[in-house]
Write a protein that binds this ligand. Structure first.
Ligand SMILES: *Cc1c(COP(=O)(O)O)cnc(C)c1O
Length: 412
């Protein structure tokens, strides 16, 4: 076997479409010419000589030395995700939460203020509203959909607006363009958590968002295998500030996880479109069922922000929907019992709070993802005891309908 020298792949032509970039962007090949991307599962890199080592240690962009400061597999994932988001660059992190932590620790300092939605992912609320307070960073939480209250919450020391759209589990949107305008008018940055919509539905940078955060654990992997996160945006601050901090702080993604998520990106468009189409059909069908009181899905005209969703999310509602079970009385324990019955009667869906998977998941938000909230906080978030959330996967729709009917039809 001859050890032929590494030939760099020919540069891709300009102007390729996202589908092409998802499978072709960032594919460095070793001397063996592997077709599938190699997984560089190594903690460190051998240096050809001391002089080169010295150069690379002083400037990580000159070559790989140690996987906390850079790894080719992680770089490939970053470049592919940035191509899909339409941003100059991206940095990969160990989880979605470490991506949000990275934003907070690099973009803010003691005395700064954040305005954020009051209905974000639970750990994001705890991190920004709780943990960050110890470091002198204060967060005001405002209603998701009302731009005027975001504007009213701005203070002279507001440095960051943090939004997540659509939100879990009620699929409320915020108008990214409007929030970007508010942020920029006050010299603040807008960060958008794009884990739910993915760049297939919405590219927040096109609406003026400065930083795009991902939990790649959800749709990007899409098959429930790894945890990973990312921040996408302009070179300054993402590469200049965040990548430097990430190297010192050790928030980096593991090569195996980056490789798995990168392979996930190759089928992201197909999955998200197919799962969104199935979710729309399921949502419309649930809306007609007598045991369903209300369906929350942006793809339906009954959703209060349907028009914004169609404009902002490429005409698609996404793969996640929620519904309230109908009950003879609006009492918490009756509602909960009925929601539990519908969920526990499923045999195909997985009862788990994870989402974005090719396997359909079903969950009772009020006792799981939103279980630690007080009853008042839950009411404010609109998460009732009768609410069921479904993240629609790739199973045949008839099988999913039958799975939900088992519980719905046997409700009194
Ligand atoms: C899951 C999730 C996160 C956190 O991501 P992890 O990978 O679990 O750390 C952040 N934001 C949203 C919207 C999520 O769904």
């Amino acid at each position: 076997m001859s050890d032929t020298p590494l030939t760099p792949p020919a540069a891709l032509p300009a102007g390729l479409h996202p589908q092409t970039l998802a499978v072709r962007q960032a594919q460095p090949r070793s001397q063996w010419g592997e077709h599938c991307e190699a997984l560089y599962m190594t903690s460190s890199f051998i240096q050809p000589d001391c002089a080169t080592a010295a150069q690379r240690f002083s400037d990580p962009d000159l070559g790989y030395t140690y996987s906390r400061t850079g790894n080719p597999t992680v770089t490939s994932f970053e470049e592919r995700l940035a191509a899909l988001e339409g941003t100059e660059c991206a940095v990969a992190t160990s989880t979605g939460m470490s991506a949000i932590l990275l934003v907070a620790l690099t973009m803010l300092k003691a005395g700064d203020h954040i305005v954020a939605s009051q209905s974000m992912f639970g750990s994001t609320m705890k991190l920004l509203g709780g943990e960050m307070a110890r470091f002198g960073i204060e967060t005001s939480f405002v209603p998701q959909t009302d731009v005027a209250t975001w504007q009213a919450a701005i203070r002279p020391n507001t440095r960051l607006l943090f939004a997540e759209t659509p939100t879990n589990p009620l699929m409320d949107l915020c108008d990214i363009q409007a929030l970007a305008d508010v942020a920029h008018k006050h010299g603040a940055l807008l960060a958008v958590d794009n884990s739910f919509a993915t760049p297939i539905l919405q590219r927040p940078a096109e609406f003026g968002a400065d930083l795009i955060v991902h939990s790649g654990t959800k749709f990007l992997d899409g098959q429930g295998r790894v945890m990973i996160g990312a921040v996408c945006g302009r070179r300054d601050p993402v590469e200049k500030v965040m990548a430097t901090f990430l190297r010192s702080g050790g928030l980096n993604a593991a090569p195996y996880n980056a490789w798995t998520a990168m392979k996930g990106l190759e089928t992201l468009a197909l999955r998200v479109k197919a799962q969104s189409a199935a979710a729309l059909e399921l949502a419309a069908w649930l809306e007609q069922h007598p045991k369903v009181a209300r369906v929350y899905y942006p793809g339906l005209t009954s959703h209060p922000q349907h028009e914004l969703a169609m404009r902002q999310q490429s005409g698609l509602g996404g793969a996640v929907l929620a519904f309230d079970v109908q009950a003879p009385a609006q009492e918490a324990n009756i509602l909960r019992q009925r929601a539990f019955h519908v969920i526990d009667s499923t045999r195909v869906c997985s009862i788990t709070a994870n989402l974005g998977d090719v396997k359909t998941t079903i969950v009772h938000p009020a006792s799981t993802s939103h279980g630690r909230l007080t009853e008042e906080q839950r009411q404010a978030a609109g998460v009732g005891q009768g609410l069921v959330r479904v993240s629609v996967g790739l199973e045949h729709l008839d099988d999913l309908k039958a799975d939900l009917l088992r519980g719905l039809d046997s409700l009194s």
